[in-house]
Design a protein around this ligand. Sequence first.
Ligand code: FAD
Length: 444
Amino acid sequence: MPMLSKNSPITFQAKLPEEVDVVIIGAGIIGISTAWFLMKDGLSVLVCEKGRVGGEQSTRNWGWVRQMGRDEAELPIIAESLNIWDSIAGEIGEDIGFTRKGLLFLAENEKDQKDFEEWMEIAKRHQLDTRILSAAELGKKLNYTEHRWKGAMYTPSDGRSEPSIAVPAIARAAQRAGIRIIENCAVRTTETQAGVVSGVITELGTVRANAVVCAGGAWSSAFLANLGVTFPQLLVKGTVVRTSAVSEGYAGGAGSYKFSFRRRQDGGYTLSLGNYLDHSLCADSFRYFTDFLPALKMTWSGTRLRCDDGLLKRLFPTRRWEGDEVTPFEQTRVLNPTPNLRVVRKIQQLMASNLPILAKAQIEETWAGIIDAPPDFVPVMDEIPNYKNLFLASGFSGHGFGIGPGAGKVMATLVQGKQIDFDLSRFRFSRFSDGSPLILGPAL
Ligand SMILES: Cc1cc2nc3c(=O)[nH]c(=O)nc-3n(C[C@H](O)[C@H](O)[C@H](O)COP(=O)(O)OP(=O)(O)OC[C@H]3O[C@@H](n4cnc5c(N)ncnc54)[C@H](O)[C@@H]3O)c2cc1C
């Protein structure tokens, strides 16, 4: 299925209500999942999407649904998320390609193996089925005679889903259940009454609400900056390739920092160059330079800095606007970056040597997606301090798809002020400003 763009037909329309219980900004996996769980609790919900449902990260990702290698604080939430993935297709009555076929982290060298051994301690603490595979065991699993990798870390209960199918399908079910979802409906700003957030101003009009959840992915920082709230967030581009169908092959996902592959429901593979990412220089590169310095050191070998087209515009972006002005959200309906052709060529060169079954496969589609990340690579799930009733669920870095349904459930609980079973202190908004030391999570 080709990637969504601003020219893709609008499929979600509704009349803008005057008032709802909760407005969600953004129809990615996080926004749609939050809406889904609020609806189940009986609340009226409006989801405003500036472009197309799932048009940005949530349909462009690799489709890994993984526990393995995560920040420890995320593990209880991904466990919940996996349970939701297991049951949601039955609940919505549409196949979304979810299956638990296992995921592999491949060791290119001894350092990777050592890192895997260290992460096994976390796996044991959380009773995961993760285990270390020798090079020979891995070769057997991949039907591979050569020992291309030193070994692997393997989690059989991890899964994969089809991003381009899953989010629109859940959104359709949400719509059938009464949630209003409106595409081409940018939220420009919030409204407040006596210092409390009381609704939103969209490009189509104003809506009153008891709570607003910003699930704007790569746009959350800009949305909050207009309100005078600083949310450090940087954007990197990942390039992805889809191959034609091949007969039999490893049915799960596998990857190292050099190359990654994931079996698709259509019989092809989704491929990428591990952690190779492009960052286009922009005003935020300089604004948040010191916040991101530790993260940059950690990801330096995989990140390329770019001075590409539109640099001037990116260096001087519009940061402030009023509710009656056209905003950057309307000017870029769908973030649809150009894939890095060097990456595509490199993937083509590496395909057959990394997974011999791909020797006969053709590249059928290429695309890119923009990943949003805060300086420590773990998301924010919190109410914004001093902005009562405004919640943020953003910064899921390279791993928000799998945890999305679980995170949506967490957000729905938070918004209603109900008791939460998870420790969310790691995901608090104030960590960027309360003087606490930055604790880096696993890189993108
Ligand atoms: C190449 C790539 C590979 C990845 N691989 C994986 C993977 O294998 N597994 C995994 O778990 N994660 C992966 N990720 C990360 C994952 O895709 C993201 O973390 C997740 O999709 C984030 O979801 P989201 O809903 O926060 O953001 P998005 O999906 O980006 O959705 C945000 C939405 O908000 C809308 N919006 C923003 N501002 C406004 C506004 N003011 N008004 C109205 N609408 C607005 C946007 O248009 C957008 O549709 C990958 C990401 C990429 C790009």
